[in-house]
Write a protein that binds this ligand. Sequence first.
Ligand SMILES: [Zn+2]
Length: 505
Amino acid sequence: MHIDRGHLLGSVLHHRQAAATAVFVAQKFEDLLGRVPLLGRRRSVSFHATFLGAECYARWQAMTEVERASPPGRDNRRADQQVLWHPPRRCGNSCAACSRSCSCIGAFCVADVSADEPDPALDRRHFLIAAGASAALIVGAGGTRAQAQATPPASNSGTTYTGDVIDGKRVVSALDVNDLEPGSVHRLYFRGVEAPTGQHWLVSVTVARGASPGKRLVLTSGVHGDEMSSIHTVQTVMNQLDPAAMSGTVTAVTDVSRPALESMQRRWPNSGRGIDLTDMNREWPGNENGPTAAGRHAWLLFNRLLRPNADYAIDFHTGTTGFGVTGFNIGEMRIPEIRAMMELYPVSQIADNPAYPGVLHNAFIDAGIPSFCPEVGAARGLDAELISLFVEGTMNVLKHHGILAGPMGRTGADVRVFVGNASFPVLATAGGLVEYLVKLNDPVEAGQKIAIQRDSFGEVAAEYESGVSGEVLGLRSDAMAEPGNPLAFVLFAEPGPREPETYPE
Ligand SMILES: [Zn+2]
């Protein structure tokens, strides 16, 4: 299903009160929104309302689908996402949709750096951000770039070793898996963004380089720091690989958002006004000189580690703290290569939805790399049963791409798979303890009562029902809820694009 974000935006622009409500709700419940498709659309609406000027929108709206898919002078990112990435005002850049000067609001101006070749000198590029949307100057960027252009690279290698070795593992600031010895497993650290102490966040990289050439698959987890089953799934896949018998390469990074993982929380603790929490899965493909450490870290990983080594990519997640989900894959089934991979998993649900702008798997797609996102159950713990299903599906993907030989395991054809393209949110309207009358994966009918909430006296404060027929995709796992908390999401099949809905507050 194609989500007509432009249509949604049009409604928002004409109903600014509704836009403000949507933005408020999206921000208020950002943590719990997780990756739920319906709210994702609302989230994307809020971005457009913030960053896209009315003129740009009008032109974008008038474009054909083909034009939107190919913004002038740009790569193959979707037009609506391209608009998201263009730097804010006073940057001198033009809108990808209309080529006019950007009319968005913003307090930051950043360098438009298109070169992404590994260049250690660029690591130290300094930048100055002038808040207040007045004079914003880039210091050092032009000079550094000029220097880089004047000095040809020493070799064609895409791998840069920093010279550091930690616990016997070499540290790289850029990686080309073709530089590694075939037929072996390689364990490295990749040097990510610089932290307030002046040290860098290192992430763990495992590369199983096959003895024979072939496709390259990238597996990631830990973009959110509280999603343990996703990490274990990737680790288990890597531990089952024998590079001597492989044709191709599998690269795994299990701890993408290191500082979030250190405290096992969803978001990256950005050093700003005290601690700002940044959802790293709204930051991709990152911004080298952006205002958040998570965004700069994303840029480094995406451009120097992940994208250069991926023909296909899978970014593993789970539900979030306080909100559990089933085991399912989320991705766009309209893209045949993505559909083929998702259907190789013996898991019970597929959410056929593009999810949010800014998530890692969409950044891969925008770079021409088929990608999707498995959700391996609940956050914080390890779900051995679901992990085994996602490991089996991932091994199937490796066989599908010829990286591994051997018979397929169980696939989606061997289990009952419910496919939906939208998610109906059930939001709390009262405070109190919530008792559920349904479980994850249960089928529900429109109008079916799914939860009862009691106040502090034990009296019934609210009863909740599903507005659609579908299957339970997610349930709040924290038993106490306040008005506005999402209590449940019901995955369902939507016949066509819908108007944005208004949430009660
Ligand atoms: Zn996640």
